[in-house]
Design a protein around this ligand. Structure first.
Ligand code: SF4
Length: 316
């Protein structure tokens, strides 16, 4: 159990703050109602943060999609690119304690992906990234980030929330003082989650930690964590989940009756074929581990990556 809620950054308009260019908001019920039970949100409006008024002339991205400029839609000489980038640098320091960030989609300041970058001479716009979001993410490359619209997809939401809790646990580990032993214990806890999301990195990170004594901990740990967070960005598939469920059920082989083993195997097979959702074999597996506790399995993040009510396993 966590003593306090995990902190998340969020675009202020998503929590209902009337900070948009037209004086409106873009309230996200998911964030303001469901997620706020589990997370402490720190809301930021970068455009207001750099001193732009409400209401205001909207801005848009123009030029090179990889390095766009944010300029006024009417007064093209009004360029707020540097102000937004500088503000992002400042907030990246102030918000050190957050474990994730939810950005407002399609905004020239906050949008993470596919923000329109307008081209000269009436050419079609190209996709880019909002100025504030891009600069903030450069400072926190491992931080879990997501756009509000994508969070309505249960698979993407589950993936984001899992990464947020992983990040928070890593922050806690660093605060306690990282040791080789603590790193091994951390990795051991994430082993099956990693196997489900990225079987290739599961092997390479296992090998990396197998040689831990030959490396400097201060250099290896950030590399390890970056790889882990990249791996967890992948969404587990029915095939990889089934593989993990089979591995986990192997820990029960001495304690289950042959009928129980058969039932477990059948449900994993039905999940693999798309007949039942993940929650069905997972619930039975957890039931068996409650009856036959195993210290190693009890620590596995795969079985409890975040508080139970946040798990939309029926959609997976
Ligand atoms: S998208 Fe970002 S900059 Fe625009 S109103 Fe919302 S918080 Fe402010």
């Amino acid at each position: 159990m966590r003593a306090s809620k995990v902190k998340l950054g969020i675009s202020a308009c998503l929590l209902g703050a009337e900070v948009r260019y037209n004086g409106g908001h873009r309230l996200s019920r998911l964030c303001s109602s469901n997620l706020s039970e589990y997370f402490d949100f720190i809301s930021v409006c970068p455009e207001v943060g750099i001193g732009m008024p409400i209401p205001r002339e909207p801005i848009r991205l123009v030029g090179n999609p990889l390095a766009p400029r944010a300029v006024g839609t009417v007064d093209h000489s009004r360029d707020v690119t540097n102000a937004l980038s500088t503000y992002a640098e400042r907030m990246a320091v102030e918000l050190q304690g957050i474990s994730g960030y939810i950005f407002m989609q399609q905004s020239p300041s906050c949008g993470l992906e596919r923000v329109k970058v307008h081209q000269e001479g009436g050419q079609p716009s190209k996709p880019g990234r909002g100025i504030y979001a891009a600069a903030f993410c450069r400072r926190h490359p491992d931080l879990p980030v997501e756009e509000d619209g994508r969070l309505n997809d249960p698979v993407l939401r589950e993936n984001f929330i899992t990464r947020v809790y992983t990040y928070a646990e890593w922050q806690h580990l660093l605060q306690q003082g990282l040791t080789r032993r603590a790193l091994i214990a951390f990795h051991s806890r994430y082993k099956y989650l990693l196997m489900a999301t990225d079987p290739v990195r599961y092997k390479s990170l296992g090998r990396l930690l197998g040689e831990l004594n030959r490396h400097d901990l201060g250099e290896l740990a950030p590399h390890y964590f970056r790889e882990l967070m990249s791996a967890l960005k992948q969404c587990a598939t029915r095939s990889t989940h089934s593989n993990v469920l089979q591995h986990l059920s192997g820990y029960l082989k001495r304690v289950l009756s042959s009928d129980e083993k058969q039932e477990m195997k059948q449900l994993i097979g039905q999940y693999r074929e798309g007949i039942v959702p993940l929650a069905v074999p997972l619930t039975l597996l957890k039931h068996h581990f409650r009856r036959h506790p195993d210290c190693y399995i009890a620590e596995q993040a795969y079985l409890q990556p975040h508080p139970e009510p946040l798990a939309p396993s029926n959609a997976l």
